[in-house]
Design a protein around this ligand. Structure first.
Ligand SMILES: O=C(O)c1cccc(C(=O)CC[C@H]2O[C@@H](n3cnc4c(=O)[nH]cnc43)[C@H](O)[C@@H]2O)c1
Length: 218
């Protein structure tokens, strides 16, 4: 099996790379893992994913990264698998009300690869092999900081996590018919600007442990 592992930045998957390099035993006997750092954001991720796929079409794409969390009851460091994602800030804000591309009628909510306005991961059988909770995610071009935006996204999408790349993975993989997984370790609560209150260390460590566990279970 050819697996393409992608992350926005190298530090997010550094422990996995280290583990992979230091392993004496070929613990992924039938799995070949290619790694690509796609850059931060939807545009860079889309471009770099597409380039990788053109060179070698993988059997599975895994995107691993940190994320903000909308749910304050979730402990920082928790790792989730994202079952559906969408670009939350693609549209127009008019008279303080946001209208998505679907609201505006530019795209039909069920126009492929969308289902009800979401980019849904159909590979639930892959997710079942691990214990990760499956949640809804949103992707943004502009990191959410205001209470107003948090309330708006919560009401409209009921997301648990926010990233800047997830929807690109879902869109490209669905269009190319390639199974995929998006794993997100919660580094911060959405809107929290004080980096001292983030927990990047645990989110990256737990994320990479789950990544190793997932690859061992395939
Ligand atoms: O400096 C800031 O205010 C700031 C806010 C959020 C994230 C960053 C980063 O440097 C990480 C960007 C990277 O991590 C993902 N990420 C992590 N937390 C969030 C979030 O709350 N909202 C959106 N994305 C987040 C994202 O996927 C990027 O790849 C700096």
């Amino acid at each position: 099996m050819n697996c393409l592992l992608v992350a926005a930045t190298a530090f997010e998957i550094a422990p996995f790379i280290q583990h992979y390099r230091n392993s004496d035993v070929p613990f992924y006997v039938d799995i070949q893992v290619d790694v690509a750092i796609t850059g931060v954001g939807l545009m860079a991720t889309t471009y770099n994913l597409q380039r990788q796929i053109q060179v070698k079409k993988p059997d599975l794409i895994i995107q691993a990264g940190i994320a903000g969390c909308f749910d304050l009851s979730v402990a920082l460091g928790t790792v989730f698998a994202v079952k559906k994602d969408t670009v939350a800030d693609l549209g127009v804000t008019e008279k303080s009300t946001f209208h998505s591309l679907f609201d505006m009628g530019f795209v039909k909510p069920n126009h492929p690869p969308y289902k009800g306005g979401w980019l849904v991961n159909p590979g639930l059988h892959l997710l079942k092999k691990n214990s990760l909770k499956k949640v809804a995610g949103v992707s943004v071009n502009q990191i959410t900081t205001s209470k107003q935006a948090i309330n708006h996204y919560t009401a409209k999408y009921k997301p648990v996590v926010e990233s800047m790349e997830g929807a690109a993975l879902h869109y490209v993989s669905l269009m190319e018919n390639i199974p995929f997984m998006q794993l997100r370790g919660v580094s911060n609560y959405v809107g929290e600007r004080n980096k001292k209150k983030w927990n990047i260390k645990d989110s990256v460590a737990n994320l990479n442990n789950e990544l190793i566990r997932l690859l061992n279970s395939l």
